[in-house]
Design a protein around this ligand. Sequence first.
Ligand code: AMP
Length: 305
Amino acid sequence: MLCVMKKLMMKIIDTIDEMRKYISECQVSDKSIGLVPTMGYLHKGHMSLAERSVFENDITILSIFVNPAQFAPNEDFEKYPRNMEQDCNLADKAGVDVVFAPAADDMYGKGYSTYIDVLGVSQPLCGLSRPGHFRGVATVVAKLFNICKAQKAYFGQKDFQQTKVIERMVKDLNMDIDIVVCPIVREKDGLAMSSRNVYLTNEQREQATCLYRSLEEAKRMIGRGEKRIEIIHKRVKEVICQNNLAEIEYVSILDAENLNDIQSIEQDAVLALAVKFGSTRLIDNCVLKSVKKVSSETWKKPFAN
Ligand code: AMP
């Protein structure tokens, strides 16, 4: 059991064996289980997922596991921010029933050899810049699903591509679980909340709002009837490049359903960004809703007699 100073209502479980025992008890009493997978260093984005799960299920399990399998050797696994005590206090306040925080060698024991590769949706965007990342994500999420036997699992739209990978995996492997995708929670100035925001210097933090501003600009363009990908793409890049510390990794507009390339916005599209500030890599996205032209024949005045 982990040492946490404050008296908590919820349980902290740190072994798979103990988790399995707890799940069996929940099943005997026919309790519905919601799972919120995280890497910890919790913020309001994570808490929105936890609160939704608490509202929709009898039991909410929030997992905290910085998953080595989803980090490349040159990435920030070692320095990824961690604060178990603060996380437990926040989870407890949100009404979470169990924090599940397994050790890496419990999750990936000696001789571990099984990984899940979701083709297609894993390949563009972060799949190009972080090879192997989604393989690690899909594998750990599948393991958490098997251990926790939840009926529902909660993910943030903040990691749009991740939600597509998980949805595809669940469908393809006939996993009996509902995936609930929750909206992006932002700071007052629009920056998407992220555990990695703590890496930013004051100057980088100020400039980082350009991600949100560029997404809003794209939405305005769509609202004015712009459908041409290359025009929106160019403008989004301009907004970001006005900031001298921003280094674009990708700005991409893809089919929101399957992440395929598109030529113009005829169906819902996702505008996805990855931008580096120094060594800190931020991602953000928004869904660009296609504006369907309403013909005068089909359009009926609301409430007209
Ligand atoms: P992480 O700890 O970064 O792996 O995130 C755990 C879960 O929280 C993922 O499903 C994320 O998409 C979600 N999440 C992270 N940041 C946000 C945010 N700002 N708004 C909503 N969900 C978020």
